[in-house]
Design a protein around this ligand. Structure first.
Ligand SMILES: [Zn+2]
Length: 115
């Protein structure tokens, strides 16, 4: 089964939020249980990116690229970039993978590849 990252959709006005917010940014709906979860699209366009060379010691890679991607539904998400030579505006395709692993915890996040 493919892993998903979810956006939160206001049950009153339909506005999508990612990451989770306690208050709807469009209609001000304050009820935390008044949101439906909706899987984020995986494909999008690379808006900008950077490469981090000084990572914390528990990362087992020398450097890491991070990108901000505008997904097909217009939402923006930060994710790891596994693209050999990234270019602004290029099409990318995401997968939900483990992005950081400590002894007892695994953190999942979006990892983008060339589309
Ligand atoms: Zn709302």
């Amino acid at each position: 089964m493919a892993l998903e990252i979810y956006a939160y959709q206001c049950k009153k006005c339909g506005q999508l939020h990612y990451p989770f917010r306690m208050v709807c940014k469009k209609c001000g709906n304050l009820e935390p249980f008044e949101f439906n979860t909706v899987a984020l699209p995986k494909n999008g366009k690379l808006l900008t990116f950077t490469t981090v060379h000084n990572l914390p010691p528990d990362f087992n890679v020398a450097k890491l690229s991070l990108g901000i991607v505008e997904l097909e539904n217009g939402m923006r998400i930060t994710g790891q970039l596994k693209v050999p030579s990234p270019k602004i505006g290029m099409a990318v395709s995401g997968k939900v993978e483990i992005v950081r692993e400590a002894e007892y915890s695994k953190n999942f996040g979006m990892v983008f590849y060339p589309a």
